[in-house]
Design a protein. Structure first.
Length: 197
């Protein structure tokens, strides 16, 4: 059975979302047909409102203003710590943990010469500018433990002034995890990131 064109169009839009295949997209589109007209209209309006979001001129996170709430906070900037993350999802994960009280810097990727992503594309000079302007004394690199993530961390460490303490987040065994179920790379990283008790 062929679906009406408007439903097919919605299915095609949903399949552009990460992790949504055609079956799930069809199920989502058909479930919308059970919504009240005003709920569909509100859903449409909420999605359309994304057009008006900006990227923070300081850190690169999404914001309704030119400068996000975190970057505008004198309390956060007075800490003197900058956490560099790869993307918005990483930023949100750390912020949800509610233990980091400094500023963030969202790169939007990692160095990858094969894909043409170099220091200019990631605007790495912006990190140096922020470190100097905001008197940052500690930079935490919270990038994935991949070849590209490692290369990006090394590059950032090398371009920062020697007076800045540069640290990398630890990687390894999750709380409640059992060694027998972990892959060898996770165990290797856990051993590399061990600390004195």
């Amino acid at each position: 059975m062929e679906l009406p064109k408007p439903i097919e169009n919605v299915v095609q839009v949903f399949t552009r979302l990460p992790g949504i295949g055609e079956k799930t997209a069809t199920r989502l589109a058909l479930s919308l047909m059970n919504w009240k007209p005003e709920d569909i209209s509100r859903f449409s309006d909420e999605v359309r409102s994304l057009l008006y979001l900006k990227k923070c001129a300081e850190c690169g996170a999404f914001s309704e203003r030119d400068i996000c709430q975190i970057c505008a906070s004198s309390e956060r900037s007075s800490v003197g710590t900058l956490c560099v993350v790869e993307n918005i999802m990483d930023f949100m994960a750390i912020e949800r943990g509610d233990s980091f009280k400094g500023l963030f810097h969202v790169l939007g990727g990692v160095l990858n010469p094969i894909l043409g992503i170099g220091p200019q594309e990631l605007k790495l000079e912006k990190i140096i500018e922020r470190v100097e302007r905001l008197n940052i004394h500690e930079v935490i690199l919270a990038l994935s433990p991949s070849i590209e993530g490692d290369a990006t961390c090394s590059f950032i460490k090398n371009i920062l002034p020697g007076t800045v303490s540069v640290q990398r987040i630890g990687f390894g065994i999750p709380i409640g995890g059992s060694l027998e179920y972990l892959d060898s790379l996770t165990i290797k990283k856990a051993l590399e990131n061990r600390k004195q008790l």
